[in-house]
Design a protein around this ligand. Structure first.
Ligand SMILES: NC(=O)c1ccc[n+]([C@@H]2O[C@H](COP(=O)([O-])OP(=O)(O)OC[C@H]3O[C@@H](n4cnc5c(N)ncnc54)[C@H](OP(=O)(O)O)[C@@H]3O)[C@@H](O)[C@H]2O)c1
Length: 372
C-alpha cells in the first residue's frame, strides 16, 4: 500500500504479515518519515542491510528466534520487517541518550530488529556504535555483526590452537562465515582445509579462497576416496591431527569431513545448509574422543555483556580496517525510490526467489534509494 500515490518513496521497508516463501510473502511498504525520536531512542537511516540465510528461514517460519511486529503505517495492521543485520547512520538523538551524535555509524545488536527498511527508530540499547568509520567500507560495517563474530568465536571458544602449526577444517568454505574463518585463522597463523561443492569454476573459487588466506581447498567429491584423502591430509598436516572442524552443511559430506579430524577434536556445527541431518560414526567418539557440539552467535550475544560485544566488534572492525578481514563478495540490490510499492515488491520477490532457491554465489545487500 503506497503512502503517497506518485512521489519518490523515501521511506520504505520490506515487510511480511505471515510466514511463507520470501518470494511470495514479502511486500514493499511506504511509510511516513520518522518524527522526532522519543526519549531514550535514536532515529537511524539504514545504509545497507544484507540478506542472510537466517533472514530467509525467519520469514519461512522455521527459525527459532521470532520477529516482532511493527506499526509502520497508522491505521494499518502491524507488520514484520525483514532482516536482522545492517549498518545505519544516526540522524537524530532522543533526549536522555548519551554517547551518540548525528552521523555516527551503528550496527543492530538485537536479533529480529528488522533492518530491511530505509529508516528505523530504535532504543539506544538495541544498537552498538562502531568505534570508527575511517577506512571501513559500508559493506564491511553492514556485515560485521553476524558472520565475522561467529567465525571469530568458533576459532577461539572450543580448542586452543597453536599459531603456525594447527589446522582447522571447514565446509561451506566459500560462505560469508567460511571466508571470515579463512581470514581470521590466517591472521592468527592457523592453517585451513576448506571444503566446497564441486563446480565448473572450482579453480577460480579455490584461487579466490587462497588469496584470502586458505591453505588448501578441496571439494566434497574429493572426500569420496577415503584412503587417498586421509593420506593427502596426513601429508599436508605433517601427521598432526586436525583439532577443529566447522560445519554449516551437515549431511553425508560432513560425515566424511568428521573422519578427517584427529584425536580429541571438536566438530562445531553452526548451520545446516543441506537441510540433511548429521550422522557421525560412533567410533569417532570412543576411539578418537570426538566432541560434537554447536555454536549460535545470538546465544553468545545473550550470554555476554554489552562491553564484551563492543570489544569483539572493535576487534573485528580493526581487522577490517587493517585489510585482514575483507568484505564478502557481494552485490548491492537497490530498491528504487522511483518504483511504486507494487513494482518494487515484485522485484524484491524475484530477488528473494533467486537467493532462496539458487546458488547465488554472493552476499546480497539491500539499499533503499531515496535520491530525488
Ligand atoms: N550459528 C550461528 O550463529 C550462525 C551465524 C551466521 C551464519 N550461520 C549459518 O551459517 C551458514 C552460512 O551462512 P552465510 O551467511 O555465511 O551464508 P552464505 O554466504 O549465503 O553462503 C551459503 C553457503 O551455503 C552453501 N550451500 C547452500 N546450499 C547448500 C547445500 N544444499 N549443500 C551444501 N552447501 C550449500 C553455499 O555453497 P554454494 O556456493 O555451493 O552454493 C555457500 O557456501 C548458514 O547456515 C547460516 O544460517 C550461523
Amino acid at each position: 500500500m503506497a503512502f503517497r500515490a506518485s512521489a519518490i518513496r523515501a521511506e520504505r521497508a520490506i515487510v511480511y504479515t505471515q510466514y511463507g516463501e520470501p518470494g511470495q510473502v514479502l511486500k514493499t511498504l511506504t511509510y511516513k518519515p520518522l518524527s522526532t525520536p522519543p526519549p531514550g531512542t535514536l532515529n537511524l537511516k539504514v545504509l545497507l542491510s544484507p540478506i542472510n540465510p537466517a533472514d530467509l528461514n525467519t520469514i519461512q517460519g522455521v527459525y527459532p528466534a521470532k520477529p516482532t511486529l511493527n506499526e509502520l503505517v497508522e491505521g494499518q495492521p502491524a507488520v514484520f520487517i525483514g532482516g536482522r543485520e545492517g549498518l545505519a547512520e544516526v540522524t537524530q538523538v532522543g533526549s536522555g541518550v548519551s554517547g551518540y551524535t548525528a552521523g555516527d555509524w551503528v550496527v543492530f545488536a538485537r536479533a529480529g530488529s528488522g533492518t530491511w527498511a530505509s529508516s528505523r527508530n530504535v532504543k539506544a540499547q538495541e544498537v552498538l556504535k562502531l568505534p570508527r568509520k575511517d577506512g571501513l567500507s559500508q559493506v564491511a560495517g553492514a556485515t560485521i555483526t553476524v558472520n565475522p563474530p561467529t567465525a571469530y568465536n568458533m576459532l577461539n571458544d572450543f580448542v586452543t590452537l597453536k599459531e603456525g602449526e594447527d589446522w582447522v577444517v571447514q565446509n561451506g568454505a566459500n560462505s560469508a562465515v567460511g571466508q571470515a574463518v579463512i581470514q581470521i585463522a590466517a591472521s592468527k597463523g592457523l592453517k585451513t582445509l576448506n571444503l566446497v561443492r564441486a563446480r565448473a569454476d572450482f579453480a577460480d573459487l579455490s584461487n579466490k579462497l587462497k588469496a584470502l588466506g586458505a591453505t588448501e581447498v578441496l571439494t566434497y567429491d574429493d572426500l569420496a576416496d577415503r584412503a587417498l584423502t586421509k593420506s593427502i591430509v596426513k601429508d599436508w598436516t605433517a601427521g598432526k591431527g586436525i583439532r577443529l572442524g566447522l560445519n554449516c552443511v551437515s549431511g553425508k559430506d560432513t560425515t566424511s569431513m568428521a573422519r578427517l579430524l584427529g584425536q580429541d577434536a571438536y566438530l562445531v556445527s553452526y548451520g545446516a545448509m543441506s537441510k540433511e541431518p548429521l550422522s557421525l560414526p560412533t567410533s569417532l567418539f570412543f576411539f578418537k574422543g570426538l566432541t560434537a557440539t554447536g555454536f549460535m552467535q545470538n546465544r553468545w550475544n545473550e550470554t555476554h555483556s554489552r562491553s564484551d560485544q563492543e570489544a569483539l566488534i572493535s576487534t573485528l572492525v580493526d581487522l577490517a580496517v587493517d585489510g585482514k578481514l575483507k568484505e564478502p563478495e557481494h552485490e548491492i540490490f537497490t530498491i528504487s525510490g522511483q518504483d511504486s510499492d507494487q513494482v518494487a515488491g515484485q522485484k524484491v520477490q524475484e530477488l528473494m526467489d533467486k537467493v532462496t532457491n539458487g546458488r547465488y554465489g554472493k552476499k546480497v545487500l539491500l539499499k533503499f534509494d531515496d535520491t530525488h
